[in-house]
Ligand binder design. Structure first.
Ligand code: PCA
Length: 318
């Protein structure tokens, strides 16, 4: 009798335990992914294994552009997405990927604080709960040949990863080609692209030394990944488990910002030790790129509407 009661209780707790899937776009060793794995572990511990999250990195469950739609319609419970990938749906998401708006971690944090309430609201209206965001290290230019002014970039095939990088390429007279992070090595190897702007971390992930010779440390912008959860999944949790998840998310956000800063320097050293020329961009190149940044922020202000302009003003402290 006692034995069967115990068995029954065990069954009950097993039945209540949930295993969720989480779709992410970047490779397993990347610090964003590692941070998410730690987050999943902490959620499992804090909920006494009532909630397990299986992380599927590298776009293995859904390709990057499909991740948010899949969370939205409940095909997957959680996901990670590059915020500025959503710029076509809402230009507000573009702000962290416009050159020279926020170039230090301190500025990136302030920009995030200004963006966050509107991002949360927009996602909530679409059945998605925003959990946290973590920045990539500042973005630099990878090329095969030396680049001294923007003129040297003209006509190149340029790897884009969101609408902002595609627009940047156009304004610089390059041809943008959308390529996911996982496909960078092949895109360079086959000549589909010959230059890109991304973080030193993504350069290391894609072994940029195999296809590029120069890394110009532009520190041009600091884009963020965001971690989201479907509302239906979130609401299926007990209040206690929801709180455990939110607390783990807060810790993951803090840890992620710290990891990002630590990784920047390390990754730049790896690029150099693998034989790449790590170069400070020339004043002429910087001036050219800043001009493009100005154009882009003007274009953006025209697109984004009153709410977006308010967010930008708040960031600028005006
Ligand atoms: N890595 C991602 C986005 C920004 C970054 O640093 C990528 O290149 O796709």
């Amino acid at each position: 009798m006692r034995q069967s009661l115990l068995g029954f209780l065990l069954l009950l707790s097993v039945a209540q335990a949930q295993t969720w899937n989480m779709a992410t776009p970047y490779p397993p060793a990347n610090f964003h992914t590692q941070n998410i794995l730690q987050f999943a572990k902490e959620v499992e511990e804090a909920t006494g294994s009532r909630l397990k999250i299986t992380v599927h990195p590298g776009g293995s469950l859904f390709p990057h552009p499909q991740i948010l739609p899949a969370v939205r319609n409940g095909q997957v419970q959680m996901g990670e997405v590059l915020m500025s990938l959503l710029a076509n749906e809402n230009p507000l998401f573009n702000l962290d990927s416009i050159p020279f708006v926020a170039t230090s971690y301190e500025e990136a944090r302030r920009l995030y604080q200004a963006q966050r309430p509107e991002v949360e609201k927009w996602l909530a209206q679409r059945g998605v709960v925003f959990l946290y965001a973590v920045p990539w290290p500042p973005q630099g230019l990878y090329t095969k040949r030396p680049v001294n002014t923007a003129q040297d970039l003209k006509g190149m095939r340029f790897r884009a990863y969101n609408p902002a990088t595609a627009r940047l390429a156009e304004l610089l007279g390059m041809q943008p080609v959308q390529v996911e992070a996982a496909d960078i090595p092949q895109a360079f190897a086959t000549g589909i692209v010959e230059a890109m702007i991304t973080s030193p971390v993504t350069g290391v992930d894609s072994q940029a030394w195999d296809f590029a010779r120069y890394f110009y440390d532009l520190k041009a912008w600091i884009p963020k990944n965001m971690v989201v959860i479907g509302r239906r999944a979130f609401e299926s949790l007990s209040p206690q488990d929801r709180e455990a998840l939110l607390q783990a998310a807060r810790r993951a956000e803090e840890r992620g910002w710290r990891l990002s800063q630590e990784q920047e320097e390390k990754a730049i050293q790896t690029l150099a030790s693998r034989g790449m020329q790590v170069v400070k961009p020339s004043p002429a190149l910087m001036a050219d790129l800043k001009k493009v940044g100005q154009t882009m922020i003007l274009e953006w202000q025209r697109q984004v509407g009153a709410t977006g302009v308010k967010v930008y003003r708040q960031y600028l402290g005006r």
